[in-house]
Design a protein around this ligand. Structure first.
Ligand SMILES: Cc1cc2nc3c(=O)[nH]c(=O)nc-3n(C[C@H](O)[C@H](O)[C@H](O)COP(=O)(O)O)c2cc1C
Length: 242
């Protein structure tokens, strides 16, 4: 009888745990990207983007693709052809950084964050403000040469595959990554761009960076929403067959 009672308790406890887990999953569902006309799209994206920037850390930690502690899928895998992997990224409000972490975890690669010497504040990123930093830089290309804390990676020569991540700004790669792309020699490396955006596609962002670099074997890139599920990122990585 006592045995039956304790089994019943066990089942009840399991049911409570499962219900709790289900609730958490719902809370972390990704936000929907608005489907709008091209003209309205750019504006609504940037509105959402700057609102996002104001929210940042709390929202990201709740609903971003939080990598868990798994063995890297590719690291130490003799069949993996990606070789040594570097994941370089710029992220103004954390979304691209979350994706970069998933890639680094999956590939067992090293992360390298591009940090502007003069970091962007929420005000700087506010495209709605006519005279904001991003608007001034967007209108005047000569202001897009952003100095980075470091644009060079230790032992860069030793990497075979370089992922490069950035947010989409005005349907293109954020210009913060430009100096890294221009200052490094990608000869002999596979380069795989990726980005996050509110709703714009990948567009020509990768091709434009490829031209800027002038070296490297650039692959087609991938665009993610602001808070993709971790599985979206790993499914893309699976599809690369690295
Ligand atoms: C200046 C600026 C311009 C943006 N332009 C676009 C755009 O053209 N299309 C779009 O879908 N999202 C746009 N966004 C939204 C960002 O691409 C999106 O929020 C991205 O996930 C931010 O990544 P991060 O958190 O790594 O910086 C823009 C954001 C900013 C700050």
């Amino acid at each position: 009888m006592r045995k039956i009672k304790s089994m019943m308790m066990g089942i009840a406890l399991l049911a409570v745990t499962l219900t709790a887990c289900g609730g958490k999953e719902q809370a972390s569902a990704p936000s929907q990207n608005p489907e709008t006309s091209a003209a309205v799209e750019s504006q609504s994206q940037a509105v959402a983007a700057s609102e996002e920037t104001e929210n940042t850390a709390a929202a990201q930690s709740e609903s971003g693709p939080v990598p868990d502690k798994e063995e890297p899928k590719m690291a130490g895998n003799p069949e993996a052809s990606a070789g040594k992997v570097l994941v370089v990224y710029y992220s103004a409000s954390g979304h691209t950084g979350d994706v970069a972490e998933v890639i680094a975890e999956y590939t067992g690669g090293d992360l390298f964050e591009l940090v502007p010497v003069e970091e962007y504040t929420s005000e700087d990123l506010n495209w709605r403000q006519e005279d904001s930093r991003v608007n001034r830089e967007h209108e005047d290309e000569s202001l897009q040469d952003i100095q980075l804390v470091s644009a060079t990676v230790e032992n860069f020569d030793s990497y075979d595959t370089v992922f490069i991540g950035y947010p989409i700004w005005w349907q293109n790669a954020s210009w913060v990554v430009n100096s890294f792309v221009k200052e490094n020699d990608f000869t002999g490396k596979t380069v795989i761009p990726f980005c996050t955006s509110t709703s714009s596609g990948f567009g020509d962002s990768g091709k434009n960076l490829e031209k800027m670099a002038g070296t490297g074997e650039w692959k087609d890139g991938e665009r993610f929403g602001e808070r993709p599920e971790k599985s979206e990122v790993t499914e893309w990585l699976d599809s690369l067959g690295l």
